[in-house]
Design a binder for this molecule. Structure first.
Ligand SMILES: Cc1cc2nc3c(=O)[nH]c(=O)nc-3n(C[C@H](O)[C@H](O)[C@H](O)COP(=O)(O)O)c2cc1C
Length: 367
């Protein structure tokens, strides 16, 4: 959603201009006419990454997460533009996510930074990693790191609806063994449900080089979610969290049950956003919406239960995707007098991961 992010942060007008350009199509159920301007996409991505790199201090590294499933009416072309623009703008590394990415390295092959920037992939099984390595063997360029994401992660899952039958520790152990057998010296990073420093230690002891965490940081002051939404995350109980098939990408997705996006029958916002349009200009939400309208032609507001318009709802912070352990966030902070939960600083959470022992979580200092 980089053009929208650019508009919000840097006062560009990409989305407004697109909406004007395609205004004539807003009531058309066929969205295949909508195209993305690749120069604009490159400009937005370069600005987003470039400004981030300018703001970087110290010797840490900044990586960007590139999702294959954001197809924008031209899966190959748009992904290539996003990847190359990030490299142009000096990103330290790129993580390839949400998809198998079998051809993504090749899309950057002729970029001068292809061998110097760090490139990593997210997989959810040893098989996916094996497939990736086989398909990319001719490039003579291994991933610099591999993230193994288990079924307790936030947002989209690399599993089917039988996700509960899998477990991160087992998959990580299989990959550790595979890398050892093949004598591949690639750091493995475990992700999905690593909630305490002690969880992290158990993965390090099992041969992982690091962990990737997200859920704990959704309630950090630095997290971009609106304050009200962060309170929803704090308040959630275990049975308030659901994995469903509402995402038009076809991947199961984890979210809070009271997410406004569920059942909302908004008109598809492809003229403004269109991030999930496939090469033929289709998206599973458009089909679901058109079916709902056809079934209730007189209705002013339709309910669409089988899919959700991720573009519009994500854009408005109305799709509350979350990790499995979101229901434990309330145990990581203090309750304020008005009943709300205190947001934490990212620094506090980071230190807690580094120094906590015995699965304890350090509460923030009393103010
Ligand atoms: C609210 C939320 C949204 C996420 N969205 C994305 C996403 O858009 N793309 C992606 O590759 N991973 C996404 N993730 C997954 C994280 O990158 C990460 O691998 C995983 O959630 C780590 O597990 P944890 O949340 O249990 O710490 C998301 C995670 C959360 C919590």
């Amino acid at each position: 959603m980089v053009t929208d992010v650019s508009d919000k942060r840097f006062d560009t007008k990409f989305v407004r201009d697109r909406t004007r350009l395609y205004k004539y199509n807003i009531n058309n159920s066929d969205k295949s006419l909508i195209k993305f301007n690749l120069d604009e996409l490159a400009e937005a991505a370069r600005r987003h990454v470039g400004k981030t790199m300018e703001a970087k201090k110290g010797d840490g590294m900044v990586f960007v997460n590139c999702m294959e499933k954001l197809t924008m009416g031209g899966p190959r072309e748009t992904l290539q533009v996003r990847l190359k623009a990030a490299l142009d703008a000096g990103i330290d590394g790129i993580t390839l996510s949400a998809g198998l990415h079998l051809g993504s390295f090749a899309l950057m092959e002729d970029h001068p930074r292809f061998r110097d920037a760090k490139l990593g992939i997210i997989v959810s099984s040893v098989r996916a990693l094996q497939l990736f390595l086989r398909k990319n063997a001719r490039l003579n360029r291994l991933p610099d790191y591999v993230i193994v994401e288990g079924p307790l992660a936030g947002g989209h899952l690399g599993f089917g609806m039988d996700w509960a039958q899998f477990d991160l520790a087992t998959i990580a152990a299989e990959i550790v063994q595979f890398l050892k057998t093949e004598q591949l010296d690639i750091p493995l990073i475990a992700a999905g449900g690593v909630f305490t420093g002690s969880d992290a230690v158990s993965f390090l002891e099992a041969g992982c080089a690091g962990v990737q965490v997200a859920t704990r940081f959704t309630v950090a002051k630095e997290c971009g979610l609106p304050t009200k939404v962060k309170q929803e995350y704090f308040q959630a109980n275990e049975d308030d969290i659901v994995v469903n098939t509402l995402s038009p990408t076809g991947y199961p997705m984890r979210m809070l049950k009271n997410t406004p996006a569920i059942g909302a029958g908004v008109r598809p916002g492809c003229e403004s956003y269109g991030y999930l349009l496939d090469a033929a200009g289709h998206c599973a939400y458009i089909t679901a919406y058109n079916n709902a309208v056809a079934a209730n032609p007189q209705a002013k507001v339709v309910v669409v239960n089988d899919k959700t318009c991720l573009c519009t709802h994500m854009r408005n912070y109305n799709c509350w995707t979350c990790g499995h352990y979101t229901y434990r966030l309330k145990d990581t902070t203090r309750r304020l007098e008005d009943g709300s939960y205190a947001e934490l600083s990212a620094e506090h959470i980071f230190h807690d991961y580094q120094f906590s022992v015995d699965h304890q979580v350090l509460l923030p200092a009393l103010v």
